[in-house]
Design a protein around this ligand. Sequence first.
Ligand SMILES: [Zn+2]
Length: 133
Amino acid sequence: MIKKVGDTVIKPKHRASCHCGAVVLELDLPNGIVDPRHHDCSLCRRKGCGDGGISPSSGIKIIKGENALRLYQFNTLTARHNFCSVCGIYTHHQRRSNPEQYGYDVGCLEGVNPFLIENVPTNDGLIILRIGA
Ligand SMILES: [Zn+2]
């Protein structure tokens, strides 16, 4: 788990936002950023997002912009990918493997530069990041 990125301390309730600020989330991150990684699914390969730790479904709250969020689903239509309809930034998704869990983009966390997170192994051109494993 990661409790600090650069100078930014990860708070137990840390805010995340899209680029334009229409969407603001509050994430329960009592253990900081847990098991961050770049996903290599067909969607994440294209958007290049750094998918971050998982909150239990109770641990994610939309503070602002629920009506700005749009839903994208594909394949089994189980996972629910949410993005801002104004700026297009992906903020979070409900996982296919466990719909009780959410993933979020580490880059949306307030004050966090995901490129400061170290130890990013690259595998077959796909980046797989596991910290604390
Ligand atoms: Zn936005």
